[in-house]
Design a protein around this ligand. Structure first.
Ligand code: NAI
Length: 345
């Protein structure tokens, strides 16, 4: 029986993982706590840990996990910026779920965008109060507008397809442009200058952190709508607030926030929110915040559980080779062993 310490458990995780775990020799120990230096002790006696986006898997936590005999970190997310891959290398294997439903995230980005631009959130509240006035609800047509997409991977490409359905003109920026995609790639500066709407779909790395800051916002069209369903750290929140106050940014649709780790995914109603920036953001009439919800569809939850269980089984059974293993050398032509269908170390 493979024992897995499951951190940051929510009811919707438990039901899908129990279903897949029972079909195999897997024993999940579910903990509501997030993994960090204070809670790592809970993993003692387990073979693997299963973590999500706001668990802290830094060098200190990895050292402890290794000491306890944990040999696998199974991310139940695509993003892995919360794991110190270098510290894990040679000690603990790391796997993730590269794609569970890119549609879920792309569709949520569109949902946020439509809600914001057509003021659906305002209209919903008004009609519930029998207020049928239309004053202040004027939006704009998507048709004919230019949307700038940063990151044209799985999610970005689906988002682009949907935008094309609306009759929007799509331009994009990616470090590695997709060949033969028919996408018009431009420099980041040109994307900032030409876009009516900017949607972020690239990962958070040292290079992309705060890619939307004061300087970038200064290059944008007046009234630009910014959508972020990727990672909060891509946007410098203070600079975004300044851009909104200066009326450069017309609206912001945010499913992620750079300081979300201790706030999102929990019911904090009835409490004083100890986060000035988030409070100010939420108080803006042209900002919509959802709490990292873009992935949350039935299809995605099932795919996450199925792939994660598959990842764990492949790492502990047979030759231990797992297509979804990650390490800091992944993608480097000279050193990447995965390309040769071998374990990362
Ligand atoms: P992907 O790996 O398929 O695509 C990412 C794209 O970004 C690639 O084309 C890559 O070349 C590009 N990229 C890398 N560095 C870049 C840079 N410096 N500048 C511009 N482009 C760059 O990833 P996928 O599945 O499309 O996911 C995108 C992001 O969405 C993830 O990194 C994750 O942070 C976020 N995400 C958010 C979820 C949510 O619930 N809000 C759920 C799933 C993913």
């Amino acid at each position: 029986m493979i024992k897995v310490a499951f951190f940051d458990t929510k009811p919707y995780d438990k039901s899908s993982f129990e279903r897949y775990g029972e079909q195999h020799e897997l024993c999940f120990r579910f903990f509501e706590a997030k993994l960090n230096e204070d809670t790592v002790e809970l993993a003692r006696g387990c073979d693997a840990v299963c973590v999500f986006v706001n668990d802290t898997v830094n060098a200190a936590v990895i050292e402890k996990l290794y000491e306890f005999g944990v040999r696998l970190i199974a991310l139940r997310s695509a993003g892995y910026n919360n794991v110190d891959l270098k510290a894990a290398f040679g000690k603990i294997h790391v796997v993730h779920v590269p794609a569970y439903s890119p549609y879920a995230v792309a569709e949520h980005a569109i949902a946020l965008l439509l809600t914001s631009v057509r003021r659906i959130h305002k209209a919903y509240n008004r009609t519930r109060d029998f207020n049928f006035s239309l004053n202040g609800l004027t939006g704009f047509d998507f048709h004919g507008k230019t949307v700038g997409v940063v990151g044209t991977g799985k999610i970005g490409r689906i988002f682009i397809d949907i935008c094309r359905g609306f009759g929007m003109h799509v331009i994009a920026y990616d470090l590695f442009p997709a060949k033969d995609s028919g996408i018009e790639y431009v420099s980041l500066d040109e994307l900032f200058a030409r876009s009516d709407i900017i949607s972020l779909h690239c990962p958070l790395t040292d290079e992309t952190r705060h890619m939307i800051g004061a300087e970038a916002i200064g290059k944008m069209k007046k009234g630009v709508v910014i959508v972020n369903t990727s990672r909060g750290g891509l946007i410098d929140t203070e600079a975004l607030l300044e851009g909104i106050k200066a009326r450069t940014v017309g609206a912001a649709c945010l499913d992620v926030y750079e300081e979300e780790a201790d706030i999102f995914f929990e019911d904090r109603s009835g409490h004083i929110l100890n986060d000035e920036l988030l409070s100010r953001l939420i108080s803006m009439p042209n900002v919509i915040v959802t709490s990292h919800q873009a992935f949350l569809t039935e299809e995605a939850l099932n795919n996450i559980a199925e792939t994660t269980v598959g990842n764990i089984l492949s790492c502990f059974e047979n030759d231990g080779v797992c297509d979804n293993e990650l390490c800091y050398r992944c993608g480097h032509i000279d050193t990447c062993r995965k390309e040769r269908r071998e374990k990362c170390f």
